[in-house]
Design a protein around this ligand. Structure first.
Ligand code: CAA
Ligand code: NAD
Length: 296
């Protein structure tokens, strides 16, 4: 693997304007930290209500920061001036990077990334926040596979310091270096990982969450007891089932299914609890119900 720390080439990919595609759990957080770092951000989602909810959520977070004396009202005004929200993907035509954070489905990601390649400037980097999928496969669907990079943020984005940076087989060193620089400028600690299903964190974390769901499904303990046990007995900041709800049970299931397919190993078989909850629309926090009820 390249030692990216030692690359001293002049980078002609300076990023000034960022496009974020998908204004859900991750897209909203990525837009937030980017704006807070002083970047112009175009945030796009196909669903106008989700876009409006995201902008409202960001302003709620910033209002809390004002209350806590962390930022001024004027700074929040500047954040809003840097943020453009839109439902028209053509508004990405002048961005320097697109960070795609849409549904974890390879066919949809390939279709959308191809479209991004047709809309964006020739030197725009196409980053994907995929949790597990192949960067090389997504890259091959575009007109610029050398500029496609995995840029994997963690939830909640404003709190978690890590960004995994994943080059595909033909990703250029310049594109990787530009994403490493950007990650640092928005206050994150990047770690480069070779392409492999789930990269580093999810390869380890998702089987752990899956096993917790199996313990729940077998009736060994309730969700509350499992989470309490892992917090008090293993020092976890939150329990694995609350974490599944935070991540989105649809995403955890998609990653487990991808692991089974890619590694051809049944040890990754998703818990029935995930399938039942996704079938019921109980996706976790974002839908109001998962292992816990968030409606009250
Ligand atoms: N958005 C923004 N900020 C948040 C937040 C959110 N959703 N939740 C908490 N915070 C902030 C709070 O405002 C608070 O900030 P201040 O200290 O500045 O006031 C700080 O985080 C601590 O919050 P709390 O005291 O309320 O809560 P906590 O100490 O219990 O921490 C937590 C909450 C950070 C979520 C913690 O429980 C934690 O680290 N959990 C594990 C999260 C994790 O593992 N994430 C990775 C998921 S996997 C993934 O993302 C990859 C994937 O592809 C699926
Ligand atoms: P989410 O369901 O909260 O949001 C996805 C958003 O994408 C939705 O608002 C949807 O309307 C939008 N969308 C779907 N198709 C679109 C399209 N063609 N154009 C524009 N917008 C479109 O999902 P999320 O949790 O934010 O996850 C997004 C991506 O980030 C996934 O690849 C996921 O695996 C990854 N990820 C998720 C987490 C997590 O903890 N949730 C953490 C790291 C990475």
């Amino acid at each position: 693997m390249e030692n990216y720390d030692e690359l001293e080439e002049v980078i002609d990919m300076e990023i000034k304007k960022i496009g974020v595609l998908g204004a859900g759990t991750m897209g909203a957080g990525i837009a937030q930290v980017s704006v807070e770092a002083g970047y112009s951000v175009v945030l796009i989602d196909v669903v106008p209500e989700i876009l409006a909810k995201a902008v409202k959520g960001l302003n709620k977070a910033w209002a809390r920061a004002v209350e806590k004396g962390k930022v001024t009202v004027e700074t929040v005004g500047n954040y809003n001036a840097l943020l453009i929200s839109s439902t028209d993907i053509n508004d990405f035509k002048d961005v320097d990077i697109v960070i795609e954070a849409i549904v974890e489905n390879i066919d949809i990601k390939k279709k959308v990334q191809k479209q991004l390649g047709e809309i964006c400037k020739p030197d725009t980097i196409l980053a994907t926040n995929t949790s597990a999928l192949s960067i090389t496969e997504i890259a091959a669907a575009t007109n610029r596979p050398d500029k496609v990079v995995g840029m994997h943020f963690f939830n909640p984005v404003p709190v978690m310091k890590l960004v995994e940076v994943i080059p595909g087989v033909v990703t250029s060193d310049d594109a990787v270096q530009a994403v490493l620089e950007l990650s640092k400028k928005i206050g994150k600690e990047p770690v480069v990982a070779k392409e492999s299903p789930g990269f580093i964190v999810n390869r380890i974390l998702i089987p752990y969450i899956n096993e917790a769901a199996n313990v729940y499904q077998e009736g060994i303990a309730s969700a509350e007891e499992i989470d309490k046990a892992m917090k008090l007995g293993a020092g976890m900041p939150m329990g694995p089932l609350a974490l599944a709800d935070l991540v989105g049970i649809d995403i955890v299931l998609a990653v487990c299914e991808f692991f089974v397919k890619e590694f051809a190993d049944s040890k990754y078989r998703p818990s029935l609890a995930f399938r039942q909850k996704v079938r019921a629309g109980h996706l976790g926090k974002k839908s109001g119900k998962g292992f816990y009820d968030y409606s009250k």
